[in-house]
Ligand binder design. Sequence first.
Ligand code: GLP
Length: 241
Amino acid sequence: MKIIIANDYEDMSRKAANYLSAQVIMKPDAVLGLATGETPIGAYKQLVEWYNKGDIDFSQTSTINLDEYKGLTGDHKQSYRYFMDTNLFDLINIKKSNTYLPNGMAEDEEAECARYEGIMKQLGNIDMQLLGIGLNGHIGFNEPGESFEKTTHCVQLTQSTIDANQRLFDEGEAVPEKAFTMGIKSIMQSKHILLIANGEKKAQIIRDAFFGPVTPKVPASILQLHNNVTVIVDKEAGKLI
Ligand code: GLP
């Protein structure tokens, strides 16, 4: 595992965007696994900037996202589809039909999970998977548990995740309690994993995840067993390591 301590959020974002863009430049039809949350916004901004300068071409690239809230339509402002469209996909030349997220409106949870697994099988292993990390160590929406979840599933979000994500919803608007998420097994099958984190509030979990025991109680700790992981943190998130 390679750990890079960046100076600040901007530096972390630029370094992450460097990895992602190098992947697409080296392999134009790469499959990128993408993440939502506040952390990757800067990296996406940087990619859009380089795209606008003519430095990257996404016309052959495919993307598959980690997760989506259950019960939100793709045009709901807090849905992850809306996030991806507005922060990246609508701003670059990727074909929308090559961008995949779980369908938050699917009624049949099992059928939706099976459909998403099918898409992953068709795409082949993810070349580069970008990850953020939740305060409780979740990756995607793989919440702490008794065992590592394997494939795409529908999860009951923990209260700490619901509370942490409340800040992004309008006042009085409830955060969905369930979400579809790619499983740990699919994440672990990615060829290269890039995890980014910033800010003091992530310092403890970065230490627990990468310098503590590998345990389902800290889902990100499983990444210690992957042979190609790059962790990029800013100074604050890296201050306990
Ligand atoms: C959400 C997402 C995760 C993300 C995490 C951290 O719950 N499902 O994929 O990594 O929150 O979010 P942030 O980057 O806003 O701290």
